[in-house]
Design a protein around this ligand. Sequence first.
Ligand code: ACO
Length: 312
Amino acid sequence: MGSRLIGYGSYLPEKIMTNQDFEKIMDTTDEWIVQRTGMHNRHFAADNETVVDLAAAAAARALENAGLTIDDIDMVVCATTSSELDFPSVGVQVLGRLGASRSQPAFDVRGACTGYIYALHCARAFFAAGMHHRIMLIGAEKMTRFLDFNDRSTAVLFGDGAGALIFEHSSSGYSGIIDTVVMADGREFDMLHGTPDHKISMNGPETYKKAVTLMPEAASYIMEHAGITADNVDWIIPHQANLRIIQSGAQRLGFPLEKIVVTVDRHANTSGASGVLALSYALDNGIIKKGQLILYPAFGSGLTWGAALIRI
Ligand code: ACO
């Protein structure tokens, strides 16, 4: 039993924070940020805008795109690590926001930047088990909650946003979420984690080294598992952490850069929302077309890493 993508949507907060805006508040330059990360802009949520606001806005757009209402959805899986409330889950709050009335299940997946791959992994398993007909997958983050403007090495890297995808059960195993693989190594906790006072602790160079190895490894593993080669893949949507990491990964896999979807320049790193936002962007702009095969590698705090294969 497989699935097919029947709707998508995204939401980005109105405020755009440019590299030049950072130049005014800390010791940094547009040149440093662009050269080291490929980032130009990121969206910053308003102070009173919550992760649930972002998630619900993206979910509403995905429902509109699919021509459905929230009661047509059988389960909501939300990838997020930045919820303001410890409970209930963002997924359940989205049900409330959108007026769901049929008690369908909803929960969050905390996989940091690999969160949306973990969420896809869950959705694939539920489809394979034949347990749910329509699943909405949301990636939503307000990373600005964690930013320390006294730490220039992390403050410039992140942005806020949300994306939502709706998958429906299909008898074809060759559409929708075709395959997923997720991994974790808790021994690497120190490299990148949240602190008790809600800040980001990151060893940038070490994280970089891991990222350029683990994303290509996950991509190679899933291609081998699915019995395909790079030539069969139409687009790669890597986790949008840093343009240099993306380019290095593409080179290791022998993928031409023209096959890579890049949004890190405009959204920066939106963690668990990154890949879902990037797919929405690519669909909205006619970059990815129906029938195409997408390879989705990601990595993040944990360390966690993984990949998914999706046919649109
Ligand atoms: N502006 C100007 N200079 C800066 C800035 C800044 N914003 N930030 C750091 N620097 C300085 C440093 O202080 C250092 O100066 P020094 O040599 O005088 O000490 C110099 O730049 C070099 O610093 P490095 O950290 O070695 O720079 P590097 O080339 O490694 O780039 C970066 C830093 C961009 C963070 C890179 O290491 C990286 O992208 N790492 C991966 C980060 C990542 O992907 N994180 C997300 C993981 S996903 C998740 O789950 C959240």
